[in-house]
Ligand binder design. Structure first.
Ligand code: BGC
Length: 386
């Protein structure tokens, strides 16, 4: 049913009720304005599973296309200061691009976003061995993480926003992790131009969980050059320095005096080629920032601005960490949407998360989830133009 038909029915309903003299509650009137999310077939996985593409929109014209394959945000249309729309995330036009190897464009990441050293951890005296898919380490949930599974989708839109609920149950032992883990991720596109992501999970055995989204942003528009001129602010006094395998050393290093100090605004490019050892190890920024807000409640973590278009993205999260990654491994070998070639530094990621390798770092905030507990985190990507 389209919006006009629904409104017509709403008005008819209102007349009938007012004829009976019964005032219709405002909520019920608004209820009729709930608009279903349009969906279409997006293709099939290698094993023949059908995949859909949902396109969420709001009254301001912002649009977010999300596929059930990997829960991937395939496109995100946001306005610049003149109101002109551009797609600000990297990705592919058709499913084939996502089925081949790619660096997690727009995907949901689990069970554990980021690295676990040596692909090993212990819980309650049991040691668990995970798939090593990044040198000696485990990265982003393994060989078949949540980015490569088909999620069950449900349109849970309200009168306030279009909302897409994605669910997936990860079996005990999947990629080496203990416990059956049921995961629900809800994407909402709010009337205030926010893409809100609510993550929830529950387990039947002690396990570790660290969910995130891996969108690659370019606020000038995907494929529109590099992001070196984007201006970044990150509310973090410390970050977690890494070894050569990008596993945190365990220290919480002050950002003061280092290229990691984004407490005042700096462009991404200003210090990205500095001789700083950590910048060298990351080949640019590929580091977890220890957010000043300790997590648990939604707080502003970062702000990024592209002065040319005026597009601004604010990142709010309940998580204690933020992986700031400047697409150091893109190298022009991937061709994405509209034939755009993705070069090094053509996007940045802000992956909200617990710290990398937390299962092996007792001093880091814990990623342990026990039966009976609810894993719940929220991240909001808010788009403005100025
Ligand atoms: C990591 C990078 C990695 C990239 C893979 C990021 O989250 O920090 O090191 O190369 O994901 O796409």
């Amino acid at each position: 049913m389209n919006r006009t038909t629904k409104m017509a029915i709403a008005v008819a309903g209102l007349c009938m009720l007012s004829a009976c003299g019964e005032p219709k509650p405002v909520e019920t009137r608004q209820e009729t304005l709930r608009v279903a999310i349009p969906k279409r077939a997006f293709g099939k996985t290698g094993t023949g599973e059908a995949v859909d593409l949902y396109t969420l929109s709001n009254a301001k014209g912002m649009r977010a296309a999300i596929t059930t394959y990997g829960g991937i945000v395939t496109s995100l249309q946001t306005p610049d200061r003149t109101g002109a729309m551009a797609d600000v995330v990297l990705g592919f036009d058709v499913i084939d691009g996502y089925l081949k190897e790619h660096p997690y464009f727009g995907a949901l990441i689990g069970r554990y976003g980021n690295r676990i050293g040596q692909g090993k951890f212990s819980l309650n005296g049991n040691s668990y061995t995970l798939v090593r898919n990044n040198g000696a380490n485990h990265l982003h949930g393994g060989l078949k993480g949540f980015d490569k599974v088909v999620w069950a989708a449900r349109d849970v839109s309200s009168t306030e926003a279009q909302k897409l609920e994605l669910s997936y149950t990860s079996k005990d032992g999947e990629e080496g992790y203990p416990g059956n883990l049921s995961v629900t991720v809800t994407y909402s596109l709010t009337k205030d131009n926010e893409l809100r992501i609510d993550y929830a999970a529950a387990t039947d055995k002690d396990t570790v969980v660290n969910l995130t989204n891996h969108a690659y942003f370019n606020l000038a528009g995907q494929g529109e050059g590099d992001i070196l001129g984007h201006e970044v602010t990150i509310h973090a006094d410390r970050y977690t320095p890494v070894d050569k395998g990008l596993i945190p050393t365990g220290q919480l290093e002050k950002v003061e005096g280092a290229p990691f100090d984004f407490r005042t605004t700096h462009t991404i490019g200003e210090r990205i080629n500095s001789k700083d050892t950590q910048i060298t190890l990351g080949m640019g920024y590929d580091h977890n920032f220890v957010l000043n807000s300790p997590g648990g409640s939604l707080a502003l973590a970062a702000r990024v601005k592209d002065s040319k278009s005026g597009r601004v993205m604010e990142v709010l999260t309940t998580e204690p960490g933020l992986q700031f990654y400047t697409s150091n491994f893109l190298d022009g070998t991937l061709t994405g949407k509209s034939g755009k070639v993705y070069q090094k530094r053509s996007a940045f990621c802000m992956e909200t998360q617990h710290f990398p390798d937390s299962p092996n770092k007792a001093q880091f905030p814990s990623t342990l989830l026990k039966p009976g507990q609810q894993y719940k985190t929220t991240t909001v990507y808010r788009f403005l133009a100025e």
